[in-house]
Write a protein that binds this ligand. Structure first.
Ligand code: DGY
Length: 316
């Protein structure tokens, strides 16, 4: 807790959050400054709390430019865009918004899976082109129910996806660094073996140096021409060049992607491939979930200001 605390907003925030922050203490928005470097040099010392988003993050330069920073409150569950070394070095607290988005991200993962496997978006385009009488590019499609689902990551979101998949009579196995014996699903210590075993691989692990390009050319080959990849986690987990090559060479059945390596850039090869469904990172983007995420950020900021602690701290 600090006397005269002040909040710095890294970027424009959704109205339910931006509208309520000023009631807690004075707020400035970095992205409003005509010269951000000058703003930080002259006024960086005023701010004790930084509010940012999972996409915007906070790099080392920003964290170091705020010498009195005590807490970063981020909108989103993923915090891979925040420089954790800088956060640790400065002894800054960090919060994210876990749990409140589990259902909507899981819904989207299942939606993407059904879309790409059954060719829903591709068939929609087919009809709109006036091509109904002709055989579409994804016809016949592939059955979804009763297939083998491999989960890369079995955290909060992964478990909700797996529970949804039970409703489709899928057999489920998962790969994580260590097994979670409390879960009813089989742990597979090798991602390659999981990819060989499953029909569908859903990525639901955090983006981090440890998960970078885990879905490699080899893993995609193991998934095979009848296999499908869905990624609702982070683009960095999938080697995107290898994915483009696997799809171009017919080594993979298709991919449903909500996230990309260099958002908002999507490789042209993915955009033109009828066996790929692309979304603009909207896993949590429902009115209800975004409202709950904003509320959780507010609670974290308030808790820091009142008690010097966070409600949903990230363990650093
Ligand atoms: C997050 O909050 O990190 C997710 O990417 C939302 O989709």
């Amino acid at each position: 807790m600090t006397m005269n605390p002040k909040i710095l907003q890294a970027c424009p925030l959704p109205p339910p959050l931006a509208g309520k922050l000023p009631a807690l203490c004075p707020v400035e928005t970095l992205s409003d400054a005509p010269d951000q470097a000058l703003f930080l040099r002259e006024r960086g010392g005023e701010f004790t709390v930084l509010v940012t988003t999972g996409t915007q993050g906070a790099d080392k330069g920003l964290i170091e430019a705020l010498p009195n920073l005590k807490a970063i409150c981020s909108l989103g569950v993923g915090y891979d865009a925040i420089d954790l070394d800088a956060v640790r070095a400065r002894g800054v607290m960090l919060s994210n918004t876990p749990d409140v988005l589990n259902d909507c991200v899981a819904d989207l993962a299942i939606g993407l899976l059904i879309d790409v496997v059954r060719g829903i978006s591709a068939s929609d385009r087919h009809v709109r082109r006036g091509d109904w009488p002709r055989v579409g590019p994804t016809m016949p499609s592939t059955r979804v129910s009763g297939k083998r689902l491999g989960m890369l990551g079995m955290g909060r979101v992964g478990q909700v996806i797996a529970r949804r998949a039970i409703g489709f009579d899928m057999e489920i196995r998962y790969h994580t660094r260590s097994a979670k014996p409390e879960l009813p699903w089989q742990h597979e210590p090798s991602l390659l073996a999981l990819a060989q075993w499953c029909d569908f691989l859903i990525v639901a692990c955090p983006g981090s140096p440890q998960t970078y390009h885990l879905v490699s050319a080899e893993v995609l080959r193991a998934l095979g021409p009848n296999g499908y990849l869905v990624n609702v986690a982070r683009g960095s987990v999938v080697d995107e060049k290898a994915l483009v090559a696997a799809l171009d060479n017919g080594q993979l059945g298709g991919a449903g992607l909500d996230v990309f390596e260099n958002e908002p850039d999507v490789p042209a090869e993915l955009l033109s491939n009828e066996r790929v469904v692309v979304l603009p990172h909207v896993g949590s983007a429902t009115r209800e979930t975004r409202a709950a995420m904003c509320e959780l950020v507010l609670k974290n900021v308030e808790s820091y200001l009142m008690q010097g602690s966070l409600v949903t701290p990230v363990r650093l």
